[in-house]
Design a protein around this ligand. Sequence first.
Ligand code: HEC
Length: 101
Amino acid sequence: MKKFSGILFAACAFTFSSPMVMADGAAAFQTCVECHGANAEKVAMGKSQVIKGWPATQIVDALNGYKAGTYGGPLKALMKVQVDKLDDASVQAVADYISGL
Ligand code: HEC
């Protein structure tokens, strides 16, 4: 019985997490950390600019540009995959978070 309720809890947490977590900049940024670094201080995959210190508006422009296919360098397709998962509110939230790092 104990095991069963544990599974049930995990299932609920999973169901409820998606939209709420994605609108939370800190949580959304966790998907970026492996490439950009915990403080956005890394040159992602040896190619990106360091985005730490960028104002939120510049980050939003870049992310929306990746989404629309109007921004980026040789690895822009890779970033498009990342931002396609984010809605407008999440793009804004993650940009606000990064600009505050
Ligand atoms: C798999 C690795 C990877 C992940 C995960 C990733 N990025 Fe990137 N990011 C890159 C690379 C590589 C570039 C440079 C792409 C190019 O050629 O334009 C980049 C570029 C960027 C840029 C523009 C910087 C520039 O060079 O113009 C921003 C802003 C950015 N990423 C934000 C994010 C955010 C926010 C997330 C998480 C939602 C994220 N990235 C997830 C690899 C990644």
